[in-house]
Design a protein around this ligand. Structure first.
Ligand code: ADP
Ligand code: MG
Length: 684
């Protein structure tokens, strides 16, 4: 007896080779198979008389083969089968390229259904490579809405379709319904089996819509439950009390005045701190908008009440830089600032941990080392996480679990629509910093191709001659990258640049280096001991090198717009006029459109909207970007309404049964746990 977890090899017609091809698509079991949803659908529901089909229309025709199909060898590697088909209204010439076997399947005088695109030239009608089957064929691929699957070389549409059909027949009965009955009824969703059957083989468009609605809801609901369970219920009551302090005391210590937006964000956060509840606030602001200062003000604020803060950065380099900036701002005011990162020696770590336990630090800045199990905080009242999307949700809650319900400030430079913030961050209050510090100049951006290489090199030479520094970013070259365009790795490119500029000092930093070595290279660049820094995107977030005036991005087509925007934010941070050059030889309409957006605007929110529009949320909200698992049917951008509903239902359910431990929630719990394990790497 087959069950949901039976291997796909069990299916008739699926041998070793096809099974491997399925595996490559992520399909191992029958459950995977029936969960392998179509990419799109072909509408083959319309039948038309031959003479009434217009040029370019794709429809079904019922026709009799009027002559014996003829096979012709046109040239090497090119066979043609030609035949005429007729109905009461007219004649159509049908041609098959390189499918000589159809010659033996189509018989003169017999009736077939053909589905294809009609070409009409004057009175002449023709179809090339139509789908064809005998009239009245059971479970056929004409006369209905036909699923089209994402495929690979070892498979064909027909093989997948037949496998899915068998899979449904074998285990359709056993498909679990992970949605609690009450949720399903309240939200008017179709039962699981109906949904799975109709998403593959919809009886009509109404059925397809019902099926999709249910599956989208299910996927988002499982996601919401998974995130909600990890996060735990938001604690509202009993926040650590913070006394009123006079912020102008802090502002007056700065060499500049805070922008209006910074003031607002701080005041909103202070409102939370003083309101008696636990603060849970997201601060969104474009690169360079001055989020660090907002954090510093709040760290100072809770310190005035005798409390400590932890500031978590996503990388060693950033932890280092934030330690530096925050100490400079806060140590003169009397705060004791420490650092805790994985790269520190065991002895250093031990000392910092002892200090934290003894309450001898007012601020600790660090990486995820901050929430290792053996770190204890004496008086932690505020947790700040920078560039939040780099952390898994689980990590944040691990840190929040330290101490007594600390207040939480999350800082993000990636603009996220409200609905999505809701699911990723839970029930957060949001402040937006929509104003850049004064005097910030626009970074002029150009998109160029290889033919500009010589001029670009001249520009590098000129800027470095004036004492500026240059960032060069190359895409990460993945080992199994099979793309046709050769990608330069950061290391190779650095060698080329070193050869091209004998007088300049070229350094390279990439993800495979040890944190210590990375730090050394970055520190040397900061100190202007090197002129050109070639890197993969390790420099993407936060690093501040005011003397850098040029950002060059190689193979720019490989980056998302939001990512390019982040990269561009690395320059123009000092008083020097700065440029960003996007180099790409990819010559498609889509790439050109995307890169040209970068040359036209510096507004991060606008850019993220365009990114979303052009690439779709699949990429934009990709697993890597936000620590979310990939979605199969749902579209986090387009299905925002459903997302909200699923989120509400998940919150309600988790309130009743936080561990999903009731028997009626067992299936749901299993799915939720499977989602964790499948996307384990994106959560930690
Ligand atoms: P981000 O929001 O990208 O984290 P940062 O906090 O790193 O931005 O700030 C970017 C730069 O702007 C820093 O060098 C910081 O000192 C400076 N800065 C922040 N606020 C102001 C301000 N109100 N006036 C002038 N410069 C500011
Ligand atoms: Mg920052």
């Amino acid at each position: 007896m087959a069950d949901l977890y039976t291997d796909v090899r069990y299916i008739k017609g699926i041998g070793e080779k096809k099974a491997l091809a399925f595996n490559k698509l992520g399909v191992f079991t029958l459950y995977d198979l029936v969960s392998y949803f179509p990419r799109k659908y072909d509408d083959r529901t319309q039948y038309r008389p031959i003479a009434q089909v217009m040029d370019g229309e794709s429809v079904c025709i019922r026709a009799v083969v009027a002559d014996t199909p003829r096979l012709a060898h046109i040239r090497r590697g090119m066979d043609l089968v030609k035949l005429k088909a007729v109905d009461d209204s007219g004649v159509v010439d049908i041609t098959y390229f390189n499918q000589s076997y159809v010659k033996d399947n189509l018989h003169r005088g017999e009736s077939y259904v053909f589905f294809g695109r009609m070409e009409v030239k004057g009175a002449h009608r023709s179809m090339a490579n139509p789908v064809c089957e005998p009239e009245g064929k059971e479970n056929g691929v004409t006369g209905r809405i036909v699923p089209i699957y994402r495929m690979n070389a070892g498979l064909s549409q027909r093989v997948i379709l037949q496998a899915v059909r068998q899979g449904l027949a074998l285990c359709g009965e056993q498909l679990p319904d992970v949605l609690p009955e009450s949720v399903r009824r309240r939200c008017e969703l179709a039962p699981a089996r109906y949904a799975y059957e109709n998403v593959h083989f919809p009886a009509d468009y109404g059925a397809l819509e019902l099926a999709r609605r249910r599956l989208i809801f299910e996927e988002l609901f499982v996601l919401a439950c998974a995130l909600g369970r990890m996060r735990g219920e938001r604690v509202r009551e009993g926040g650590i009390p913070v006394r009123q302090a006079d912020l102008s005391e802090f502002w007056s210590t700065l060499p500049f005045s805070p922008t209006g937006a910074q003031r607002r964000a701080v005041e909103q956060a202070v409102g939370d701190l003083r309101g008696g509840g636990v603060m849970n606030r997201l601060v969104q602001g474009d690169v360079g908008s001055g989020k660090t200062l907002v954090a510093a003000a709040l760290i100072w604020y809770v310190w005035k009440s005798g409390h400590a803060s932890a500031f978590m950065a996503p990388t060693e380099i950033l932890a280092e830089q934030h330690t530096h900036t925050l100490s400079e701002m806060l140590t003169p005011l009397g705060l004791r600032v420490g650092k805790l990162t994985g790269a520190m020696s065991a002895k250093e770590k031990r000392e910092v941990k002892a200090a934290l336990k003894a309450g001898a630090l007012d601020l600790v800045v660090g990486t995820h080392a901050l929430f290792s199990q053996d770190v204890e905080y004496a008086n932690l009242a505020l947790v700040v996480t920078d560039e939040q999307h780099r952390f898994g949700v689980g990590q944040r809650s691990a840190l929040i679990g330290k101490g007594q319900k600390p207040h939480v400030l999350v800082m993000s430079a990636t603009p996220i629509p409200r609905t999505l913030a809701l699911i990723i961050y839970g029930d957060l209050d949001v402040s937006v910093i929509d104003e850049l510090p004064p005097g910030r100049q626009r970074v002029d951006t150009f998109a160029v191709d290889e033919s500009y290489r010589a001029r670009l090199n001249g520009f590098i030479r000129k800027l470095c001659g004036e004492g500026r520094q240059v960032f060069v970013v190359c895409p990460m070259v993945e080992e199994n990258d099979e793309l046709p365009t050769p990608l330069k790795s950061a290391e190779e490119h650095a060698k080329e640049l070193a050869a091209a500029f004998p007088g300049l000092r070229v350094a390279c930093v990439h993800g495979r280096m040890k944190p210590k070595d990375k730090d050394a290279v970055m520190t040397a660049f900061l100190a202007h001991e090197t002129d050109i820094l070639v890197s993969t995107t390790v420099i993407e977030v936060g690093v501040d090198v005011p003397n850098a005036a040029l950002m060059i991005v190689e193979n720019a087509e490989r980056f998302g717009l939001s990512q390019l925007h982040q990269l561009r934010g690395r320059v123009g941070r000092g008083q020097h006029k700065s440029w960003c050059i996007l180099v790409s030889d990819a010559d498609t309409e889509e790439v050109r459109a995307r890169l040209s957006i970068m040359t036209k605007t510096n507004d991060g929110f606008k850019i993220s909207e365009e990114d979303l529009r052009l690439r779709g949320p699949g990429d934009f909200f990709g697993a890597r970007q936000h620590g979310l698992p990939a979605m199969h049917v749902a579209d986090l951008g387009a299905d925002a309404g459903t997302l909200q509903r699923a989120q509400q239902e998940a919150t309600m359910l988790l309130r009743e049964d936080p561990g999903l431990s009731r028997e009626e929630h067992r299936l749901l719990r299993e799915r939720v746990e499977r989602l964790f394990s499948e996307s384990a790497d994106s959560f930690n």
